[in-house]
Write a protein that binds this ligand. Structure first.
Ligand code: PMP
Length: 314
């Protein structure tokens, strides 16, 4: 079975306002985020090489979502939006890669408290590293095998549905189990349904399908993370003249789809060639998927004037 995706380490990490060496960014073993998976929220951003040097894709939206996640989880981030935004740019520049991934993490690092309940001593780290496309470079060209998981996303009450809107450390326990199950069964990624049986999202990506030239994706009310790549693809597709509908989807609609693809900062725009051992379309990445994928890569590499506002040069 494939293990976690190897990263190209960098030299420095931003830790609570200081720059420290990679190996020195440590937390105490009694951290309650480490012990219970509580008090943690994070983000994942990418920066890409462009003609004018590296640029972070949709930096403001990611930092906004980090603060939204913290609000949902009742965490007070001890830095302002602008400080975290600036720190992401600084640490990416300092580490001097042409392109890479940025991981701001909010966590609890308290050495003298244990147990559940109210949380203080919140810290923030920002690491950057080089990372190939999350599901593999080959997957971008050939597509992946997707499997519906037996794990479901609880949305039985509005409060539980809201949990999935936070990019919270604790949420990834279920997503990790689903991913591991899919890999064990010989697939590349897991698709999770909501408790009421509708399609939600994958372990680290949102999902779209194409039918008769129309794009369909689960609505914001579904138990999904509101992906920034999801939002980008919706806008790109609409600007290209495609209809996009945010609708509740059932699994059988995916079996009859012309094309399926996944979106995420790490996985970018990845075609799905098989779902639950059935071919999607003719088993090859679809034309609309590949068209949107190409535009996405052109945008992140600064080749499209129209979308320059999505880039922050570091
Ligand atoms: N859903 C989940 C559960 C995720 O972890 C991610 C990755 N952040 C996404 C969707 C896609 O979100 P984005 O496009 O903002 O990276």
């Amino acid at each position: 079975m494939k293990r976690g995706k190897r990263m190209e380490k960098t030299k420095k990490i931003w830790l609570n306002g200081e720059i420290v060496n990679w190996g020195e960014a440590r937390v105490h073993v009694t951290s309650r985020t480490l012990n219970y998976g509580i008090g943690g929220v994070f983000e994942g951003l990418r920066y890409y090489n462009t003609d004018k040097g590296p640029a972070i894709f949709r930096l403001s939206e990611h930092i906004k979502r980090l603060f939204d996640s913290a609000k949902i989880e009742d965490l007070e981030i001890p830095f302002s939006y602008f400080e975290i935004r600036r720190a992401c740019m600084d640490i990416a520049r300092l580490n001097n890669l042409k392109q890479g991934y940025i991981r701001p993490l909010v966590f609890v690092d308290d050495e003298d408290k244990m147990g559940l309940g109210p949380i203080g001593d919140v810290k923030v780290s920002i690491a950057t590293w080089g990372w190939d496309s999350y599901l593999g470079e080959e997957s971008l060209a050939k597509g992946i095998k997707l499997k519906t998981s037996s794990y479901t996303k609880d949305n039985r009450t509005p409060e539980r549905a809201l949990m999935w809107k936070a990019k919270a450390v604790g949420n990834y326990s279920l997503l990790h189990r689903a991913k591991k199950q899919a890999l064990k069964q010989g697939n590349d990624e897991a698709l999770l349904l909501s408790e009421d049986g509708f399609v939600a999202e994958c372990s680290a990506e949102n999902i779209f399908f194409v039918k008769n030239g129309m794009l369909i994706t689960p609505p914001q009310s579904a138990p999904i993370l509101l992906g920034i790549t999801r939002d980008s693809i919706i806008k790109i597709a609409q600007n290209k003249g495609y209809g996009v509908i945010e609708w509740d989807i059932v699994k059988k609609q995916l079996y009859a789809a012309d094309e399926i693809f996944l979106t995420g900062t790490a996985a970018e725009v990845t075609p799905v060639r098989e779902i639950d051992n059935r071919k999607v379309g003719d088993g090859k990445p679809g034309l609309i998927t590949l068209e949107l994928q190409k535009i996405y890569f052109d945008i992140v590499h600064g080749k499209m004037e129209k979308y320059k506002r999505w880039l922050t040069y570091i």
